[in-house]
Ligand binder design. Structure first.
Ligand code: FE2
Ligand code: FE2
Length: 268
């Protein structure tokens, strides 16, 4: 059994110094790894990221993170990344992470654009194409990261939602700004064991992909109100039995989503 603690949208600032440390100090009794699903800060300022680092200082398990849009607000996400890296936090946007021979993690921030037949397409103005291109880059990065994992169990961490189910509860008008389901393709094709994301504070805690992969919206508010947890949701995954790996092997012979999207964009 592997125990994964996950939370996003903690939105720390100087007014919360010391608030989360007791729960984080106890975390290793409950989990083997901590996932941070972005929006660690309110505006990504140096003072806020200092608070994050201080709150995390007693966590004695590996910490894996992706940034959120709020961590970009001050225009210096690299400084946020530098501080996290210096603390020993593994940034999944840079490389996947294998906890052991069984379980690996891939993650990207993701981006917005909407869901289903209403997803924004790369048509018209250059600004629109650039916007959609940002999402497609994230899809490609996630696919590449999943491809690099050699573990039979693959866990995905995002900030933006990859399905509409877990944004339900937010105003319908902002659904397109809460995520994009283009991220589903690599998640389902690589048969991820579970997906965690944040960003939709008032969304729904649990959903699943069309391929049956469980998806958890671990925004701190959802974790507290829906999972009844103090700070983080703990998800347990049974480790594969001997000889069961075949079932979780990804379907890597199908063309890469990026290649198919490149082919499609010719007619967009
Ligand atoms: Fe947030
Ligand atoms: Fe966010």
């Amino acid at each position: 059994m592997i125990r994964i603690a996950a939370v996003g949208d903690v939105h720390m600032d100087v007014d919360v110094v010391g608030r989360y440390r007791p729960a984080l100090e106890r975390l290793p009794e409950q989990a083997d790894v901590l996932l941070l699903a972005g929006d660690l800060t309110r505006r990504g300022t140096p003072a806020e990221i200092d608070v994050v680092i201080r709150e995390l200082q007693d966590v004695r398990v590996p910490i894996l993170a992706v940034l959120g849009n709020h961590d970009h607000e001050s225009g210096q996400p690299e400084k946020v990344n530098d501080a996290l890296r210096a603390r020993g936090v593994h940034l999944l946007d840079e490389a996947p992470f294998e906890l052991n021979e069984h379980v690996g993690f891939a993650g990207v921030k993701g981006y917005m654009g909407g869901f289903g037949r209403y997803t924004l397409t790369a048509f018209g103005e250059q600004d629109t194409k650039t916007f959609v291109g940002t999402t497609l880059d994230e899809v490609q990065k996630l696919e590449y990261s999943l491809r690099r994992l050699s573990t039979p169990v693959r866990v995905v961490l995002l900030h933006y939602a990859p399905i509409m189910d877990t944004v339900m509860g937010e105003p319908e008008q902002i659904f397109p700004f809460l995520g994009n389901d283009r991220l589903l393709e690599p998640i389902d094709r690589f048969k991820a064991a579970v997906v965690f994301h944040g960003h939709a504070h008032h969304g729904t805690f649990r959903g699943q992909t069309p391929g049956g992969v469980p998806v958890f919206n671990v925004s701190m508010l959802r974790v507290r109100e829906d999972a009844g947890a103090e700070l983080f949701y703990v998800h347990e995954i049974p480790l594969p039995q001997e000889g069961a790996e075949r079932e979780t092997e990804p379907d890597v012979d199908t063309p890469a989503e990026s290649e198919r999207m490149a082919a499609r964009s010719g007619s967009a």
